[in-house]
Design a protein around this ligand. Structure first.
Ligand code: FMN
Length: 238
C-alpha cells in the first residue's frame, strides 16, 4: 500500500474536558500548534465540553445526534489522534470513555495516538500510563512514547500555559512524535475504508456489541533497510 505524500496529515484531537475554558483543551491546542509548526496538518478538534450533553443516554450509535456520529467517523478515519482528558477520580472523564466506547474496535489499529491529561495534582501524572495507554492499547493503536501531563499551576487564570517546563514537554512530545507520524499507516487512505466501518457500526453496534476482528486495515509498509530513503548500510564487497 502506498502512502499519499504531500497531503496534510489528518489529525483528530479529542478533549475529555467538560468545562469552558478548559486546561485540557488549552494543552491540546498547544500540542496542535507545535505540530502545525513542524508539519502540514489538517485538524478536527472534538470537545466533550461541546458534545458531552449530546452523548448521555445513548447506547447505540444510531441513537446519537448526527454531529456525534460524524465526529466518530472522523476519529475512525484519522491519520493520527491527539487525545487529552482532565483527571476525574484518578481516571479519564466518564464522557471521554463513553465517546470511545462507540468507536469501532478495529478502526484505530496502528494509528499513532499522542496522550495528554491535566489534573489538580502532580500525583496523578501516571494517569497517562495507567488509564489512557491501556485504553488505546485495547484499540491496538500506536500510543506515542512521550505523553503530556499538566497541573492547575501550569496555567494562568485565563488558562493559557505559563509553565516553561510544560511548553518544553509539549515540544519534546511533538519532536518525538514526528518520525512516527512520518510513517503513519495508510496516510490519506483511511477515510474511504473507515466510512464503510462507520456505516456498519452505525447500523449495528451498541456499546455492548462487537464485530468480528476481520478486515483490519493492513499495517503500514514500514521502510525496510533496503528500500528506505535513509542512508543504506554498506554492503560487504568480497
Ligand atoms: C469531578 C472531578 C474530579 C477530579 N478528580 C481529580 C483527581 O482524581 N486527580 C487530580 O489530580 N485532579 C482531579 N480533578 C481536578 C481536575 O482534573 C483539574 O482541575 C483539571 O485540570 C481540569 O481540567 P479542565 O480545565 O480541562 O476541566 C478533578 C476535578 C473534578 C471536577
Amino acid at each position: 500500500m502506498s502512502h499519499i505524500k504531500n497531503q496534510p496529515l489528518n489529525i483528530v484531537a479529542v478533549s475529555g474536558g467538560l468545562n469552558t475554558p478548559s486546561k485540557t483543551e488549552s494543552v491540546i491546542q498547544h500540542i496542535l500548534d507545535a505540530l502545525a509548526e513542524a508539519i502540514d496538518i489538517h485538524v478536527h478538534f472534538i470537545k466533550l465540553s461541546e458534545i458531552g450533553p449530546l452523548l448521555g443516554g445513548a447506547i447505540y450509535r444510531h441513537q446519537l445526534p448526527q454531529q456525534v456520529q460524524d465526529d466518530l467517523a472522523k476519529i475512525e478515519a484519522a491519520d493520527a489522534l491527539i487525545v487529552g482528558t482532565p483527571v476525574y477520580r484518578a481516571s479519564f472523564t466518564g464522557l471521554f470513555k463513553h465517546l470511545f466506547d462507540f468507536v469501532e474496535q478495529t478502526a484505530l489499529v496502528d494509528v499513532p495516538v499522542l496522550l495528554a491529561a491535566s489534573g489538580g495534582s502532580e500525583r496523578h501524572a501516571l494517569v497517562l500510563e495507567h488509564q489512557l495507554r491501556p485504553l488505546f492499547s485495547f484499540f491496538q493503536a500506536q500510543t506515542l512514547p512521550i505523553g503530556v501531563y499538566a497541573t492547575d499551576k501550569d496555567f494562568t487564570p485565563e488558562y493559557t500555559i505559563q509553565s516553561e517546563q510544560l511548553k518544553e514537554r509539549i515540544n519534546l512530545a511533538v519532536e518525538r512524535a514526528l518520525p512516527i507520524l512520518e510513517w503513519v499507516p495508510a496516510q490519506g487512505l483511511r477515510a474511504e475504508w473507515a466510512k464503510q466501518k462507520s456505516e456498519q457500526a452505525n447500523a449495528n453496534l451498541g456499546i455492548n456489541k462487537q464485530i468480528e476482528q476481520a478486515d483490519i486495515l493492513p499495517s503500514p509498509n514500514r521502510p525496510h533497510a533496503e528500500t528506505s530513503e535513509q542512508p543504506q548500510k554498506k554492503s560487504h564487497v568480497a
